[in-house]
Design a protein around this ligand. Structure first.
Ligand code: DON
Length: 595
């Protein structure tokens, strides 16, 4: 993926110039603003906007400075994976509620020549984990320990995953990709409106951890506000150590020692060996098709690709078998079918999916067209199924999940693409900052089924494939996706939102394939979500009441929500690619400006 040698000399000068500019530029300032004229002439400027032309390569994510850092890597000759790595580290500084080095996630990569790969850097359970580790002596689930204690913290995968991406595909030096994030953390930056909002909503839990409170709250415990400057020295030191020492600095050096020391002092199960043993896993992406489009999606231990492909297969089967024309349907009629397909796709997930290194699942069968047809047979276009009847003996219910993961999409000028979704699980993860590291720790262990065999209609699942075991990866819903047609890149997408993630991505894919929507339209249509349990159809407020009434009349119990997910996407429109940030949040796209 690296650029041809002929372009390297050209890029060398730009790179030197860019580094000078970067180190002199303030956070949030345009690079050229601080630069002498002679330098401006040879520097490639970075454009940042909600939506822009991506033909020259682009990064689109939840936070403008991280997008700008990724685009700067593209401008300096880096490829899409280089830019993704730099963006991921930058988001760990500028979007701390979900960007991370203390969490995990998935990176889906597709090269312009059609080769593809998937890097699984999901967290794993520590070696002292067990299926009943979340239960109190009386058998009840200790949610406080899962959500806000060290018991909820999985061994982080992000640094190993980004290092694997770099080793396999990177073309720029590793340090060059990590240092910009370290520099922002060291220099400090003004708290954005979105970050201020995020700190405020996590304040009660951040206050419970001395390190997190010291960093993110004022001395009197009140919330830091928009415009206040935050300097993250411990995090800068950790990132510098990672920049210099690579993944080993995190998993075998002083960082692991500090995390394990803090965990051990507070009832955690983590050991130094757990860190030293952690490995990202390279996997084959799931491959599917939908009405002539080719889809690459996340394999287990995510259920995201399975749910998406299973739902799409059912929709395709409905269209083929009963002459339903999705493109011509009314909104409620179509969303009813989405809900029914998702309901059945989630049932498949609960029954079969877990970490593929622990649980045997015939995933090719689960995502096959044949299985889609089998599931679609029971869909009534006019009537909602009852989840409890459909699920039969399934033992389970689901917990509420918030919206706080983050997805970014990247494409370079060659057409290589990266879809990356990573997370701390809840917003700000466990809210614990490991003492002396500046690193916020995940609470991903909460994605395991908390209580073996327990079933309730309100939402928890107790099926065995996803029970905690030493070294096991917890099941995810994250759904980074790349879609092509006739070998041409059509869509790079993904979203946060826990179990709503595949539902959000389904709406993006069907918007493009079934309705030929533009990037802007596809992000603005109201989204829905059904996860079998609870037997409720979640509907964004933007859906007009008359359509909601129609859904009710089909038998759905409706729950209104203000928003679902934020899907930062790159979409082909006519002959060009557009990068567009979801309007549900203040995201941004960035691109090297055309010469
Ligand atoms: O991996 C997952 O599916 C979840 N931990 C993602 C979490 C998320 O999107 C937002 N909030 N819980």
């Amino acid at each position: 993926m690296s650029r041809p040698a002929s372009q390297r000399a050209q890029h060398f000068l730009r790179r030197v110039v860019a580094l000078v500019l970067f180190s002199s530029g303030g956070f949030g300032c345009s690079v050229t603003k601080h630069s002498p004229a002679v330098v401006e002439e040879s520097a490639i400027e970075i454009s940042v906007a909600r939506e822009l032309d991506a033909s020259n390569g682009a990064v689109v994510c939840v936070e403008p400075e991280a997008a700008r850092i990724g685009a700067r890597v593209l401008a300096d000759g880096g490829n899409a994976v280089d830019a993704a790595i730099a963006t991921a580290f930058a988001l760990a500084v500028t979007w701390p509620e979900a960007g991370n080095v203390g969490g995990g996630g998935f990176m889906l990569v597709r090269f312009q020549n059609g080769d593809a790969g998937f890097i699984d850097y999901r967290e794993v359970a520590p070696s002292r984990a067990s299926p009943t580790m979340f239960l109190r002596p009386d058998g009840s689930i200790d949610f406080e320990a899962i959500d806000h204690g060290w018991l909820g913290v999985g061994i982080p995968g992000t640094v190993a995953g980004l290092a694997m991406a770099h080793e396999r595909y990177g073309s720029r030096p590793w340090t060059e990709l990590v240092k910009p994030a370290a520099a922002i953390a060291r220099r400090g930056f003004p708290i954005s409106k979105a970050l201020a909002r995020s700190i405020a909503s996590a304040r009660p839990e951040l206050a419970k951890n001395a390190e997190s409170a010291r960093i993110w709250l004022r001395e009197d415990g009140t919330t830091r506000e928009e415009g206040e400057r935050v300097v993250l020295l411990d995090l800068a030191n950790s990132l510098d150590a990672i920049a210099e020492g690579g993944a080993r600095a995190f998993y075998e050096g002083v960082i692991a020692q500090k995390i394990v020391a803090d965990s051990s002092a507070h009832g955690g199960l983590h050991t130094l060996e757990d860190f030293a043993k952690y490995e990202a896993v390279f996997r084959e992406p799931l491959r599917g098709t939908y009405r002539g489009f080719d889809i690459l999606a996340a394999p287990p231990p995510s259920s995201g690709g399975q749910i998406l492909l299973s739902a799409l297969n059912q929709l395709e089967a409905l269209e083929d078998s009963s002459q339903l024309q999705l493109a011509r349907m009314g909104t409620a009629d179509e969303l009813h079918l989405h809900a029914e397909a998702l309901r059945r796709a989630f049932l498949e997930r609960y029954r079969f999916l877990g970490d593929p290194d622990f649980v045997a699942v015939d995933i090719e069968r689960v995502i096959s067209k044949e299985r889609g047809r089998e599931l679609a047979v029971s869909i009534d276009p006019l009537r909602a199924a009852l989840s409890r009847e459909l699920a039969g003996d399934l033992d389970g219910t689901l917990r509420y999940e918030s919206e706080h993961t983050t997805h970014f999409s990247v494409v370079d000028a060659m057409g290589n693409a990266v879809a990356n979704t990573y997370t701390l699980e809840q917003s700000w993860g466990s809210k614990i900052t490991a003492a002396g590291t500046g690193i916020l720790m995940n609470d991903e262990m909460g994605d395991f089924n908390a209580k073996p065999g327990e079933s309730t209609q309100t939402g928890r699942i107790g099926t065995s494939p996803n029970l905690a075991e030493p070294g096991k990866r917890m099941l995810s819903s994250m759904c980074p996706l790349i879609m092509t047609k006739d070998g041409e890149l059509e869509l790079v997408a993904g979203s946060p939102g826990g179990r709503t993630i595949p539902s959000t991505v389904l709406r993006v894919v069907t918007g493009i394939v079934d309705h030929g929507m533009s990037a802007r339209e596809v992000l603005s249509v109201p989204r829905v979500h059904h996860a079998l349990f609870p037997d409720v159809l979640r509907v964004e407020n933007a859906l007009v009441e008359s359509e909601v009434e129609l859904l009710r009349s089909r038998g759905h119990t409706i729950e209104r929500v203000s928003k679902q997910g934020d899907a930062h996407v790159i979409v082909r429109e006519s002959e060009t690619l557009r990068a567009i940030a979801d309007t549900r949040i203040d995201g941004a796209a960035a691109t090297p400006r055309r010469e």
